[in-house]
Design a binder for this molecule. Sequence first.
Ligand SMILES: [Fe+2]
Length: 438
Amino acid sequence: MSPFSNISETLEWTLAEGEPATAVVPGFEDIEDACRWLTARLPDLRPALQRYGALYLRGLPVATVEDFARIRDVLVPQRTPYREKATPRSSFGNDVYSSTDLPPAQPIRMHNENSYTLTFPGLLMFACLVAPEEGGATPVADCRKVLDLLPADLADRVRAHGWLLRRSYSEHISVSWEKAFATESRQQVEEYCAENLISCRWDGEGNLRTVQRRPGIIRHPESGEEVWFNHLAFWSSWSLDEELRETLVDEFGAEGLPFETGLGDGAPLTREDLRILNAAYEEATVRQVWQQGDVLLVDNVLTAHGRDPFRGDRKIVVAMGNPVELAACRPTVAASAEPGVRHERHRGHSGGRPDDAGRSADPLPPGGRGHPGTYRRPRPRPHPHLRRTRPQNRRVGRAAGCTRDRARDQGGREPAPGRGPRRGAARGVAHGRGLCAA
Ligand SMILES: [Fe+2]
């Protein structure tokens, strides 16, 4: 006799308007009982996940991080590390993390986890240990639908050139390079960047700047379905409100923003492009209200996720697993360290097509990948005293005064003692604005 002969043998998916596929599981005596039942349901879960992209399981006895880890071991057996960190997270041990530590008032835009790394998690598993009082959903968007909704010209530009990510790891803002790369060794960072097709250089203040080109449209490694898969909209500086964008550009320079994206041929993403992208995500987005014990399983290639603002306590934990190699996703563009325009210049006999590992087959540019000489020199910036006296900077200075207050309101950090208030303000607001989320 089946150990589950007294409870439902099947998962029945409810597809309500605006909500992801949701199944209410039977009542279980304890977490081990639930794990045995889920193990028997795995053959049903896999095709359902492929079809719907994200699955809500409601009614599981998940009350603690340990319960979550037990379920994770059943549903996401292979773990993946969190590389090139870009968001503040708390680790609860056993590869279980907080979904994000960003302030409650800030929404987190839709993204596929680690779309900028050469290996990324194929599965994400979230669970609700404490349900928020109000809001705080983890919205999901089917990236097959997002791609279908985009105008052909924008999709074709990304299909042809991929997208670019520029990061600046400053001590004043965003995640430090030490945290992002989990090392205090510059040499190890340079080795990682060389190995992972990332251009890197150190600026005069010892801060790291990186550039990487990645394909923005890939295919699911199993089904072959084409999906929109990138952080192009997420980290575009057009996503920031205008006042904050001006403040950050004034303080750090356009080349020194913590994150910026563009098209893979070096063309900028326009404000109108961003509007179109956000509209496509919005139309494809569905959400479920979290209840304590809910588990959300997300196919990270098929589905983007985000976070709604919330009030009250909220404890959503996450684990990542089932790693996918970019090369297994038939990228239309080779991942490379260089912007497309330089890539073209160095293109060899391969025509720039990806090799078997999904990497650029192009020869290394002079100095090798990751060498400071491979990165464009930032435009010269005016002397700080001149900048302070320029009328437009007085205006920005006033804006920064406002943002400092907002940083406090939004839970951002106060300026560090001895640092300029504007840097502290920009840093606090950048955190508060979800600039650092992944
Ligand atoms: Fe995320």
